[in-house]
Write a protein of this length. Structure first.
Length: 111
């Protein structure tokens, strides 16, 4: 299990516990919550700083067609979720773009 997965599991558990705390009759210690959030924030910002240093070596990956098509698919899904009507069903567009990404992954680059 990766660190990010573990952090997400803990965050979701904490959010659920926070929402249903009064239902279960739990008292939330605000100091403990603040300490936990602070610890996670320090970790997240530390990882973000390290990730920013690694972006320089991966700058070319932002121009990769597979990445760009995936971003376009995500934007179309978000716009469709927001109520934007398109002439073609968003599911059909995203399915087509996903198929293109799959084909691009199978295509071997000449070395």
């Amino acid at each position: 299990m990766s660190r990010k997965t573990l952090t997400i599991i803990i965050a979701v558990f904490g959010a659920i516990l926070g929402v249903f705390a009064t239902t279960f009759g739990l008292a939330i210690d605000q100091t403990a919550v603040l300490a936990g959030v602070t610890a996670l924030a320090v970790y997240i910002f530390g990882e973000a700083k390290a990730d920013l240093k690694r972006i320089g070596t991966q700058a070319g990956k932002f121009k990769d067609p597979k990445f760009l098509i995936s971003i376009i698919s995500a934007i179309i899904a978000a716009l469709a979720g927001a109520g934007l009507t398109l002439p073609i069903s968003p599911e059909v567009i995203i399915a087509g773009l996903t198929a293109i990404v799959g084909i691009l992954f199978k295509v071997k680059k000449p070395t």
